[in-house]
Write a protein that binds this ligand. Structure first.
Ligand SMILES: N[C@@H](CCC(=O)N[C@@H](CS)C(=O)NCC(=O)O)C(=O)O
Length: 80
């Protein structure tokens, strides 16, 4: 499954999600820093409809809200 987390480093909501990812040990998520890459920022706005992070793209579909992302991650553990 293709998973991409749109984020930036100093965002506390992103840190919360990244902590969950790191503590779970999963390595199947690509991090896309919207402050370091303008293309990522544009993709987020174009596809998600707004510039809010964190946003997890699940097979290209955006999921906003850190709590909802964490719930999804727990419900969908990495099975590689
Ligand atoms: N309720 C949201 C809040 C997310 C949020 O406020 N993110 C900020 C960055 S810390 C943001 O993207 N603000 C819009 C912007 O920077 O343009 C969540 O829990 O994910």
């Amino acid at each position: 499954m293709e998973l991409k987390l749109y984020m930036f480093e100093t965002c506390p909501y992103c840190r919360k999600v990244i902590s969950e990812i790191e503590s779970s040990g999963r390595t199947d998520i690509e991090f896309r820093d919207i402050r370091k890459n303008e293309d990522y920022r544009q993709e987020l706005i174009r596809t998600g409809g707004k510039q809010q992070v964190p946003c997890l793209f699940i097979e290209g579909k955006p999921l906003y809200e850190s709590d909802d992302i964490i719930t999804w991650l727990k419900d969908n553990p990495c099975i590689s």
